[in-house]
Design a protein around this ligand. Structure first.
Ligand SMILES: Nc1nc2c(ncn2[C@@H]2O[C@H](COP(=O)(O)OP(=O)(O)OP(=O)(O)O)[C@@H](O)[C@H]2O)c(=O)[nH]1
Ligand SMILES: [Mg+2]
Length: 328
């Protein structure tokens, strides 16, 4: 493996935990600027110590409110925390996270906390890759816990949740009988479940139905996900959520699941990156006129999508004669 090049000024400041540099580095990642690669690579090599926690669930379940409370609880325990709110829709506001000014103010000015929202942009392996890269940066900067909030709807958001070491699914009493959560793919990814807004009616019933649904999941598995109740706005039950995260992480360390999970995550990440790179490379090989001609043939039904794809791969794919690459 090649020796790493000396770090740039930005990278050095990131590693020193400089907040302005951290924000800048994450922007570079978000925008897929060429400069991002250096920060990413240096930070990746230095990462691995932070424990990554995922918080996901339906829109408005109280995820951001809970994340703020979790951060406060970690601070009470003397741990540093970085928060990444992955916001698929609004690139700049960070949605409710930045809107939650009271709790923000409580955490602002604390050097042990870093909060950042990230938008969905670009193509290089998508949301999960960007999130993992941002987590590497925060990890390398020395934060002990990195918490990622995503809305639990849609495949790419679920993939983000799966980049965590431990994931909490946040539901509300109205989430009903667990069937909805199951349909959304949330039941499979939770290592712990939180019924937030438990100040409302039906929290006990919701917790019961989630527990029942969980019994159908992977019977005999070593870890049975706890189902907790919180009132995030008041901080009730939050210490128990933090405790459950820590117990789950410890459980995996003892039973060996921890490294397995991280390895799976690397595999997924490599897959995503390779797919994106190979696809971009391939598309760059196909002249615009050829592309338009292929679309014409599809439009007039003179060719099929399967046949067209096969022909394009044969003519422009990496395996064609003389396709040996000149640059790496
Ligand atoms: N009654 C009650 N309201 C809560 C509780 N937790 C959060 N809320 C309120 O629910 C609303 C949504 O909270 P957020 O924390 O923004 O929820 P979210 O899941 O992050 O929302 P998105 O990121 O937009 O999906 C806010 O008005 C919160 O004040 C709770 O425990 N009880
Ligand atoms: Mg939120």
């Amino acid at each position: 493996m090649a020796e790493p090049k000396p770090a740039s000024d930005l990278t050095r400041r990131v590693l020193a935990g400089d907040r302005v540099a951290l924000a800048r580095a994450i922007s570079l990642i978000e925008n897929e600027t060429p400069q991002a690669a250096e920060v990413e690579d240096v930070c990746f090599r230095k990462s691995g110590r932070a424990l990554r926690l995922g918080i996901t669930g339906p829109p408005g379940a109280g995820k951001s409110t809970l994340v703020m409370r979790i951060a406060q609880e970690y601070r009470r325990r003397g741990e540093t925390v970085a928060i990444v709110a992955v916001d698929p829709t609004s690139p700049f506001t960070g949605g409710a996270l930045l809107g939650d000014r009271v709790r923000m103010a409580e955490l602002a000015g604390d050097d042990g906390v870093f909060i950042r929202s990230m938008a969905t942009r670009g193509s290089m392996g998508g949301l999960a890759v960007h999130t993992a890269q941002a987590c590497d940066v925060l990890d390398a900067a020395g934060f002990a816990r990195v918490v990622v909030e995503t809305v639990g709807v849609g495949q790419s958001e679920l993939e983000v949740a799966q980049t965590a070491d431990s994931t909490a699914v946040v539901l509300v009493p109205e989430s009903g009988d667990g069937v909805q959560a199951m349909k959304a793919g949330l039941m499979e990814i939770g290592d712990l479940f939180v019924i937030n807004k438990s100040d409302r009616d039906g929290a006990d019933r919701a917790a019961f139905s989630i527990r029942s649904a969980l019994e159908l999941r992977a019977p005999g598995s070593a870890w049975s996900p706890p189902v907790l109740q919180t009132v995030a706005t008041e901080g009730r039950g939050v210490a128990e959520v933090v405790e459950a995260f820590e117990e789950h992480l410890e459980h995996m360390r003892v039973h060996g699941g921890f490294e397995r999970r991280r390895r799976r995550r690397f595999e997924q990440r490599l897959d995503d990156l390779l797919r994106a790179h190979l696809w971009q490379e391939f598309r760059a090989q196909v002249p615009a006129a050829e592309w338009a001609a292929a679309l014409d043939r599809l439009e007039s039904r003179r060719a099929t999508p399967n046949g067209t794809a096969a022909v394009l791969i044969e003519r422009f794919g990496a395996n064609r004669p003389g396709a040996a690459r000149s640059s790496g």
